[in-house]
Design a protein around this ligand. Structure first.
Ligand code: AMP
Length: 236
């Protein structure tokens, strides 16, 4: 199963990606997380990417595309959920072509819709677990609130140390990331619209201003319905 995840930064697409990944045993490929891994490890790619990321800009395609294509090629047989890529019309076209050459189809595309101001509020409150960045923690969402240990807030899932992403506390960088996301001419919304028109994938659009489990149930039930249709088509 291959899935693309869209949603503005702060919409909860990473959280939903984790739920879906666990449900179907997929790889969760997050371009932003791969960049952060390179930055932490001090690789050449990380050093080059950091300046763009700190400002909320897109890392150039000549760095981003080979990195994502490599991650996809290493993915397990059950498939993947790709999160954070494509972020532009150009990247969408390259991905479409790359997958076509490998005869790989995207099965589902989900888009989480969320108002810009609410997305910004959510970004500034989220905290990253040092042990597993898929553990959701948020100081302004009761269901995700970190727990207190020795006078310090720690990960609600595993007790790991929490930190903030630098680009999550810089309002200019957040605005820039959202400008890129909501741009329908050449950036992420252009990529979303491109897929709406050009892929045989089932398109799932959900409202993001609800609880995590409610959103997950909606996405998962659409996927289940899609799987049932595929099964009927195969055996009828
Ligand atoms: P994210 O974790 O998805 O918010 O991504 C963090 C940052 O990584 C973004 O603000 C970009 O600077 C960079 N990045 C992630 N994915 C891409 C992409 N597909 N194209 C270019 N830059 C990206």
């Amino acid at each position: 199963m291959r899935i693309l995840a869209f949603g503005p930064n702060g919409s909860g697409k990473g959280t939903q990606g984790t739920i879906i990944k666990e449900r179907y045993g997929l790889d969760h490929i997050e371009s932003g997380a791969i960049f952060r891994h390179h930055i932490k490890a001090g690789t050449e790619l990380g050093v080059k990417a950091k300046a763009y990321i700190d400002e909320g800009n897109l890392v150039p395609d000549d760095l981003t595309i080979p990195m994502v294509v490599e991650a996809l090629s290493k993915s397990n047989d059950r498939g993947w959920i790709l999160d954070g890529f494509p972020r532009s019309l150009e990247q969408a076209k390259v991905l479409q072509e790359t997958l076509r050459e490998k005869k790989i189809h995207i099965d589902y595309i989900f888009e989480i819709k969320l108002d810009r101001e609410e997305a910004k509020r959510r970004i500034m409150g989220r905290r990253i677990c040092a042990i597993d960045n898929n553990h959701p923690n948020h100081i302004a969402i009761a269901a995700l609130h970190p727990v207190e240990k020795d006078g310090e807030l720690v990960c609600r899932v595993c007790g790991g140390r929490l930190s903030m992403r630098e680009d999550d506390q810089d309002e200019d960088a957040i605005n820039q990331r959202h400008d890129i996301y909501y741009d329908e001419i050449s950036c992420t919304m252009a990529a979303v619209n491109f897929y709406k028109e050009n892929s045989g994938a089932r398109f799932i659009s959900v409202e993001g201003d609800r609880g995590i489990s409610e959103i997950a149930e909606e996405i998962l039930s659409e996927i289940e319905e899609g799987e049932a249709i595929k099964l009927r088509q195969r055996f009828n």
